[in-house]
Ligand binder design. Structure first.
Ligand SMILES: [Zn+2]
Length: 135
């Protein structure tokens, strides 16, 4: 029986560099050239000082789990085969937060403040998803 396909991200022009970098195994975020603060999710201007002088930097990939949930139940979907799985907000070393999955461990061993490192999971030819695994 065919499984439903997982939905792909919807990408706008200013988020495209993030997905292109992820396809090459790099985790990137934006940084404001004026106030130097890190920015994520991708935006057209700095949310702190409204400068439009922002650029992309490569993140270290190191993060800690800020919050998470273990998904044990789901309506029939492409995610059924992955259950139980962890949806988490991770806080990158650079100071921004990112919604992702924790992989490579027992979902019930995930804890807040757990150190994690980015890893990449190819969804299809166009998209590679940054996920995080315990260090
Ligand atoms: Zn700024």
């Amino acid at each position: 029986m065919d499984r439903p396909k997982k939905p792909a991200p919807i990408v706008n022009d200013w988020a495209r560099p993030f997905w292109e970098a992820a396809r090459q195994g790099k985790l990137t975020i934006q940084q404001c050239k004026d106030c130097k603060k890190p920015i994520f999710y991708p935006r057209l201007c700095c949310p702190h000082c409204f400068s439009e002088d922002i650029h992309w930097i490569e993140a270290s990939g190191k993060a800690t789990v800020y919050s998470y949930t273990v998904v044990e139940n789901n309506a029939p979907s492409a995610f059924i085969a992955d259950m139980p799985y962890v949806v988490a907000v991770v806080r990158l070393e650079e100071g921004v937060q990112m919604l992702s999955n924790i992989v490579g461990c027992d979902p019930y061993e995930v804890k807040c403040d757990m150190p994690v490192q980015v890893t990449f999971e190819k969804l299809d030819e166009e998209f590679t998803l940054p996920k995080f695994k315990p260090i």
